[in-house]
Design a protein around this ligand. Structure first.
Ligand code: 3PG
Length: 307
């Protein structure tokens, strides 16, 4: 039976990804409506009113949005993190919430490594920097993104360590990664630490002053996960205490102005979250999301459901 699907992207996909999504729904005989570049939640609330499914990126699927969508049966977050979906509200309204894990992972990993290079070369602004070769990177959370970071870092001649209590040590060792038994060991032994955990009640603000304080002199923290996982008070303290500490992040922290003013060369942020902002990642995640919606309605497939 024909369905109506909303593509709600406050930060739009590249045109070729939208064409790919349109192709999937055209083949299924579904109607696709687009709400791109919107700035007002009222537009989203109006757009969801009669749709059966929706695809989002970091767009917020709040309880209010879910309640406004009385026909909604499925939301697919075209990406990995689903901290922007009110899962309790989705479950209460019998809405299946899914993500598309792995589809944009390489794009995020390339950004993380690019940030390391950029910081190692003093943001391309002044005298001699340092090389990545021979340095050790610590990957905090070895999921799809962490795995790609390990692969790329090895290409640069870096040693790779990882800590992830949810991944079997053998799986990390099989990738040639040194497994840290404790999170403290990861922070104490690496020149770069790259964050790849999801944002949840356990991880928010977990990268605190004590943890950052374990990092080596001159170490760099790379955050392409979520700004919320870093404790900003702790970050401000460590930046002040450690003249060699560097922080690079995808999306500005709340204390962005202060960090930029005081620590220009030791601090970098992306003005708009751009880890997954490549044509390839847009196509992979967008088409996967569309395909998951069709398979949900046509085959009852709930693979990648997160609620
Ligand atoms: C993700 O969780 O997949 C990334 O953070 C990408 O988010 P975006 O689709 O909003 O760029």
């Amino acid at each position: 039976m024909s369905k109506k699907v909303l593509l709600a992207t406050e930060k739009p996909f590249v045109a070729s990804a939208v064409e790919g999504i349109e192709g999937v729904f055209a083949k299924a005989g579904y109607e696709l409506v687009k709400l791109e570049n919107y700035t007002d939640t009222a537009d989203l609330l109006a757009a969801v009113a009669d749709v059966d499914a929706m695809i989002i990126r970091s767009d917020k699927a709040t309880a209010q949005v879910i309640e406004a969508a009385s026909n909604l049966r499925i939301i697919v977050r075209a990406g990995a993190g689903f901290d922007n979906i009110d899962l309790a509200a989705a479950t209460a309204h019998d809405v299946c919430a899914m993500n598309t894990p792995g589809q944009n992972a390489n794009a995020v990993a390339e950004l993380a490594v690019g940030m390391m290079l950029y910081m190692a070369r003093n943001k391309f602004t002044k005298g001699s920097g340092t090389e990545l070769r021979g340095k050790r990177i610590g990957i905090h959370a070895y999921g799809n993104v962490g795995k790609y970071v390990a692969l790329i870092a090895k290409g640069f001649g870096m040693s790779v360590s990882a800590f992830d209590p949810f991944i079997p040590a053998e799986a990390m060792e099989a990738d040639g990664v040194t497994v840290c038994a404790t999170v403290e060991e990861l922070y104490e032994t690496c020149d770069y630490v790259s964050l790849h955990m999801t944002a949840n009640g356990h991880t928010k603000r977990s990268i605190n002053h004590k943890r950052m304080g374990r990092m080596k002199e001159g170490a760099t923290l790379i955050n392409t996960a979520r700004k919320e996982v870093v404790c900003e008070d702790g970050l401000k303290m460590i930046m002040a205490e450690r003249p060699g500490f560097r922080y690079s992040t995808d999306v500005a922290p709340d204390c962005h102005g202060e960090l930029l003013e005081k620590y220009g060369l030791r601090y970098f942020f992306t003005p708009k979250k751009m880890g997954a902002q490549t044509a390839e990642a847009n196509i992979n995640a967008g088409v996967a999301a569309a395909t998951q919606i069709v398979n949900f309605f046509e085959k009852g497939d709930r693979n990648f459901q997160v609620n």
